[in-house]
Design a protein around this ligand. Structure first.
Ligand code: SF4
Length: 411
């Protein structure tokens, strides 16, 4: 392994960590079978021994850990491969928890088939080119943008180019000899031919591609109907969705979650939107309320209206060397105030340690950015961390809290 190599198809992986302000960052590929309590506890121990110990849940539903040196990243990767069913190299994103049970393992099998074909694919693709498998966009996948999305809904196979489920340019086919992976490879070869930085948008009006897909049985179609988005607290068919404030799972919380899973016989999967899916027979039974209470005590979110879901903060100080302030400490200070000032939940707050904006790429109602002027935060209203500063605030938490009502009134 080249420890800090960036692969062609993806962001950081176990085999290709990324250098950050606080050591190497590794990202696990989607967990095909989830994590049970015992594996979770051992993974937490490996993360603490070799890295920072803190897990982060990304917006796209990946687990990642920071703070490794090169040898620590290697040791953690070995543990994760053993404990979390990790395979080498980049994988297309797919999730098939047992609570779904509707695609009979076909999604994950298709994902693995495409991964094997991509491993032998030599043409360069853009570093962040993303491929997503879904059934009906379940578990929040419908809202994730991808260069290529592959949908398997009963006999109907669909392929969406560039966007989330609603905005992608779709082609569909029905019936057996049609191969979704063959069609996916045609799209990816065409994308590679458009240049090493080309993204899915380059193919939206590509007539040559449309003709090639038609030969394979795929014709232009309307966007297929998607499953409703999942929200924290939703309980169905032996599954429970929980939110993770700021996407951070410090080692103590991760270990406590693993112990809870072990005690109740649950498995756990990360979901898009910094959510976790817990699945097991105990959910829906007499222990359900006790499980919910334990999760609340751990600081997990079980209510969609929880104000912590409307604040995003990057790692900040002291974890990231680029950070100008303690983003998470400020987030905790502002939670209750935000809930009181904004009972309708219309405001989203982004606290970014520097202009890179790791926690959020979309605009937020209020974005406070550090790292440019000592002791000060730049204010961006309805924008991103790299947006135009409309004001500057003293970075003291009390000063920010005092300024918040006025910022909300301006937003
Ligand atoms: S946005 Fe935050 S986590 Fe990302 S580099 Fe800047 S300070 Fe570090």
């Amino acid at each position: 392994m080249n420890a800090v190599e960036r692969r062609r198809f993806a962001c950081p992986t176990l085999g290709a960590p990324m250098a950050t302000g606080d050591g190497l960052l590794v990202r696990l590929s989607p967990l095909r079978d989830g994590l049970d309590g015992a594996a979770g506890a051992m993974l937490a121990e490996a993360a603490r021994r070799y890295g920072s110990g803190e897990f982060e849940l990304t917006r796209r539903g990946n687990l990642q850990v920071r703070g490794f040196d090169a040898s620590g990243a290697l040791a953690f990767a070995a543990a994760a491969k053993r404990l979390a069913g990790q395979r080498p190299g980049p994988l297309p994103l797919a999730l098939e928890p047992p609570g779904d049970g509707l695609s009979g393992g076909r999604l994950a099998a298709l994902r693995d088939e495409l991964a094997a074909r991509l491993a032998a694919f030599e043409a360069p693709l853009a570093a962040k080119c993303s491929v997503l498998f879904e059934r009906r966009g379940d578990w929040g996948f419908a809202g994730l943008a991808a260069d290529l999305r592959l949908r398997l809904d009963g006999d109907r196979l669909s392929l969406g180019i560039d966007g989330d489920a609603a905005s992608a340019c779709w082609f569909s086919a029905s019936g057996a000899p049609v191969s979704l992976c063959d069609a996916a490879m045609v799209v990816l070869e065409r994308l590679a031919g458009a240049g090493r930085h080309a993204r899915g948008g380059a193919l939206r009006s590509d007539r040559t591609l449309a003709a090639r897909l038609e030969v394979l049985g795929f014709r232009p179609s309307l966007a297929p109907a998607s499953a409703p988005a999942v929200v924290p607290g939703s309980l169905r068919r032996g599954t429970l969705v929980v939110g993770c404030p700021l996407g951070a799972l410090p080692s103590a919380r991760f270990e406590a979650l693993a112990a809870l899973c072990l005690h109740h016989g649950l498995r756990c999967w990360p979901l898009p939107g910094r959510l976790l899916l817990l699945a097991g027979e105990a959910l829906g039974g007499p222990c359900t309320d006790a499980i919910r209470d334990e999760l609340s005590r751990l600081g997990m979110v079980l209510d969609q209206r929880d104000p912590r879901l409307r604040i995003e903060a990057c790692r900040g100080r002291p974890g990231c060397a680029s950070a100008g302030f303690d983003t998470r400490g400020l987030a905790e200070r502002l939670v209750q105030q935000l809930a009181a000032l904004d009972p309708d939940g219309r405001v989203e707050l982004h606290l970014s340690g520097c202009t890179k904006g790791c926690a959020r790429s979309r605009p937020a109602t209020i974005c406070l950015v550090g790292g440019e002027r000592e002791g000060a935060l730049g204010v961006v209203l309805d924008g991103r961390a790299d947006g135009v500063r409309q004001a500057w605030l003293n970075d003291d938490a009390e000063c920010v809290a005092a300024a918040l009502p006025a910022l909300l009134a301006r937003s």
